[in-house]
Design a protein around this ligand. Structure first.
Ligand SMILES: NC(=O)c1ccc[n+]([C@@H]2O[C@H](COP(=O)([O-])OP(=O)(O)OC[C@H]3O[C@@H](n4cnc5c(N)ncnc54)[C@H](O)[C@@H]3O)[C@@H](O)[C@H]2O)c1
Length: 448
């Protein structure tokens, strides 16, 4: 980050602080400022769009509900393998909703412009490729793929199709992520050298022990279709309703949660990803037959690129965490740090250059004469908060998707971005299970 950028940031900061103080006219605590973040979405042309949902579980319902908050969007069909979910979809969205257990029936429908794919991870690749090949725009939940082997197929199908494809790590469309990107580019924290992220939970549902419906059976679940692309096994409701715990369908803590942190970090820094990946962890508490750890640590080397200097990333996920419920992404630079949330960024700056003995010695070496006169310094902690009534990252992510469809534009999280965010997360599992470092080429998107 050049000195110019830093100067530009300090200048802006001075102005911003002055305007807050002038507008409020009231006492502002020493060194602390709050600034409100605004969303002004450009209007989209009003082309009506018909969507269909594939995978009508927890996130599929949330995605669809959020998508339908946008004008000119209609849900025409839903697909799921559990009858209870299809029944619930009709109760929620109307008895005339077309429902099926076969996603190909949805893709054959001429009235469907775009699909939301919110199945477990092991179906993302195939349904995405089939949807694009059928000429549909697609919004696919994260992680975009179940294994790194599948990534290029989605990227290639997307390029061939000319359709819009969005991956669902909604956080990167948030005001908070956008502000962090802007602050980093302006030099607010100096040169990035480290980042860390954390997910803490401590509850059965948080640790993926979802309730099993009382009527779960081979009569109500299309088990054959569910396992059609993976290991053949007898019906097991745990593997269907708690799929995150099993590697045939889920991608562990890293595929489920680290992927959000990678997406945000790559968006904020403009990075293509790490080139060295390692993970450690263990199954400490939730010994319910799951195949994946409940405590996981990942460490990553990000090589220097035109967009940023080299830096390290450390990610943690703990499902037995007594503090429960905490999540954060912190980006650390030579001049300060940012705690980045979807609706808030807390920027902390360190103006200690002048007092730092190392800096003084370096200045002396360079023949600079340091003045002992004290300076005016801007606040060393600023909180940027979303304005009241902000509709949130998820709403913004769908705005981005729908706007791209209507205007023939690009999305913030296309398949190349989605693959680059998923790959290091998926490779954490390889590192953990194979007990080794993994080398990844983030430009060519392949394991080295
Ligand atoms: N972006 C986010 O914040 C976020 C949050 C939660 C989940 N997710 C992602 O959303 C996806 C779904 O997760 P969930 O929590 O909703 O799971 P879920 O189990 O609640 O829902 C998945 C649904 O998919 C159905 N299904 C399975 N295979 C299918 C197939 N071949 N065709 C049609 N339907 C099929 C299941 O019957 C189930 O109803 C996952 O990829 C997950 O990682 C994203």
């Amino acid at each position: 980050m050049g000195d110019n950028n830093r100067r530009q940031f300090i200048k802006k900061l001075g102005l911003a602080t002055a305007s807050v103080a002038a507008a409020g006219g009231a006492f502002t605590p020493k060194s602390k400022t709050i600034t409100y973040l605004k969303r002004t979405n450009p209007m989209s042309p009003s082309k009506e769009l018909n969507i269909a949902l594939i995978g009508a579980g927890g996130m599929g319902v949330e995605d669809t509900t959020t998508c339908l908050q946008h004008e000119g969007v209609r849900l025409v069909a839903a697909c799921d393998l559990y009858q209870g979910r299809l029944k619930a979809a009709r109760e929620r969205w109307g008895e005339d909703l077309f429902v099926t257990a076969d996603y190909k029936e949805i893709l054959r429908r001429k009235d469907v412009d775009a699909v939301i794919i919110a199945t477990p991870d092991h179906w993302h690749k195939q349904i995405s490729v089939d949807a694009l090949s059928a000429g549909k725009h697609a919004y696919c939940e994260k992680p975009m793929v179940h294994s790194v082997k599948e990534g290029h197929e989605v990227v290639d199908a997307w390029k061939k199709s000319g359709k819009v494809f969005m991956v669902g790590s909604q956080g990167l469309s948030s005001l908070g992520n956008e502000k962090a990107k802007e602050l980093l580019a302006e030099g607010a924290i100096g040169d990035i050298n480290y980042a860390e992220g954390f997910w803490a939970r401590h509850s059965p549902v948080g640790a993926w022990q979802y309730p099993i419906p009382g009527d779960a059976s081979e009569q109500t679940v299309d088990w054959g279709r569910y396992i059609a692309n993976t290991t053949q096994r007898p019906f097991d409701p745990l593997r269907f309703f708690r799929w995150r715990n099993y590697l045939d369908y889920g991608t562990g803590m890293s595929g489920d949660l680290f992927v959000h942190l990678f997406s945000s970090l790559h968006f904020i820094t403009g990075s293509l990803g790490p080139d060295k990946i390692s993970a450690m962890g263990g199954l400490r508490y939730w010994k319910d037959g799951r195949e994946v750890p409940d405590v996981l640590l990942g460490m990553f080397d990000y090589p220097e690129t035109g967009a940023h200097p080299g830096f390290n990333l450390s990610l943690r996920c703990n499902f037995v965490d007594g503090t429960s419920g905490t999540t954060y992404l912190r980006i650390v630079g030579s001049k300060g740090s940012m705690d980045v949330k979807w609706e808030e960024v807390v920027l902390r700056r360190n103006f200690s250059d002048d007092q730092d003995d190392f800096a003084k010695a370096k200045a002396k070496e360079a023949g600079k004469v340091l003045s002992s006169r004290k300076k005016m310094v801007p606040p060393d902690e600023i909180t940027y908060k979303a304005q009241d009534g902000y509709k949130g990252a998820h709403y913004d992510h769908f705005h981005n998707f729908l706007h791209a469809i209507r205007t023939g534009g690009a999305v913030v999280e296309d398949p190349a971005f989605g693959f680059r965010a998923a790959a290091p997360a998926l490779l954490c599992n390889d590192s953990y299970f194979q007990d080794r470092f993994i080398r990844w080429d983030p430009v060519g998107m392949k394991v080295v």
